[in-house]
Design a protein around this ligand. Sequence first.
Ligand code: URP
Ligand code: ZN
Ligand code: ZN
Ligand code: ZN
Length: 463
Amino acid sequence: MTTLIRGGTVVNADRAFRADVLIEGDTIAAVGENLPVPAGATVIDAGGLYVMPGGIDTHTHMNLPFMGTVTSDDFFTGTAAGLAGGTTTIMDFVIPAPKQSLIEAYHQWRAWSAKAAGDYTFHVAITWWSEQVHEEMGVLVREHGVNSFKHFMAYKNAIMADDETLVKSFSRSLELGALPTVHAENGELVFQLQQALLKKGITGPQAHPLSRPPAVEAEAANRAIAIANVLNTPVYIVHVSCAESLDAITRARANGQRVYGEALAGHLVIDDSVYQSDDFDFVAGHVMSPPFRGKHHQTALWHGLQSGNLHTTATDHCTFCAEQKAAGKDDFTRIPNGCGGVEERMAVVWDAGVNSGMLTPSEFVKVSSTNAAQIFNMYPRKGLIAAGSDADIVLWDPQGTRTISAATQFAKGGFNVFEGRTVRGIPHTTIAAGKVVFHQGELTAVEGAGRYIERPAFAATTA
Ligand code: URP
Ligand code: ZN
Ligand code: ZN
Ligand code: ZN
């Protein structure tokens, strides 16, 4: 199948330029001015559109069993929603139960993800420690294309990694040439603050942010960075939500440490006023960890993206419907944590970031795709419009507008944290692995068309 995208402006992380893009099969075959139309080729007119690398969402949870239930979006509905929003690759998480074999969990997730409509790849969580975990991390890196391991510093009595696990897993990651990542919140502090609130009879969802203040996140971010510094490993901090965590990253980077930070679309544009409502469904719909923060934290996160101290934008897409959230009707600690966004991230970040002048179109490509591809070793296959790269392309209409609503979203869960927000700058057409999967509002995602993307290790310290 041959497709020629004609007359658009290609936007890569390094520059934007007028060029046609020729696609052969699932790969970009040529990028250049006035390319001839091959016999039999489909021609797509990209006049007035930006031709950008498909988005990479570094943080999603599809089909996740979590807090006694399973997310509303599975790998088909979740990746299809992503394609509708211009995201062509998701990075999801294999989360083994404590004491479960990592390899067994990995195969369980591969079975669930077989129905994905877009490309996907896995971080694997280290939720416990033993010699078996040490061995299996090696198997995952060498045989299964996993090069990043996730550590939840929160969720005590469930999947929380203690300091011993962090230290041993970070060291093992370094040996293997893999990147340790952390959910930075002090799980013991969260637990104690939750218990104290419940003891006072404060049981509603409005208490969620009170149990997870910025200092709780900053303590964990600083601890993870200190551990990485002692062990001389890089570290990637997921969903950085507050100025204090960003300060820890900025300080470490200024001291020569290789620390990366991820910002969520939600944390960039939604503030903590969403918790000031008496409507349980509305407040519970915004229960995620870390929680939404006061406005000055959003300003700080944008500055982090602008200054290069934050590198990627993601969503932590983890959808639960109202009935699922209602599990915490009488106890906010039982509300399944998570919100959506995979469908909206690109447009929300463009609208708030590019239309305001904070990011150039090339900087947008950097933080929505290219940096993720480079940090997680998928570049230049992903994150670039160039001959030889995957034909994962979003034709972006900078003038198109859309008002976001759960009523019109493709994702499941029936709730949208961006409800009512009108964005300017939306996907016009999404091409995944050379095929048009979304065009002017029409989604033609195919179940099972997504591919598992292996990510080779970085240079290891031992063979
Ligand atoms: O609230 C959240 N973020 N749920 C998903 C799990 C996690 O912490 O990333
Ligand atoms: Zn998390
Ligand atoms: Zn998450
Ligand atoms: Zn339901």
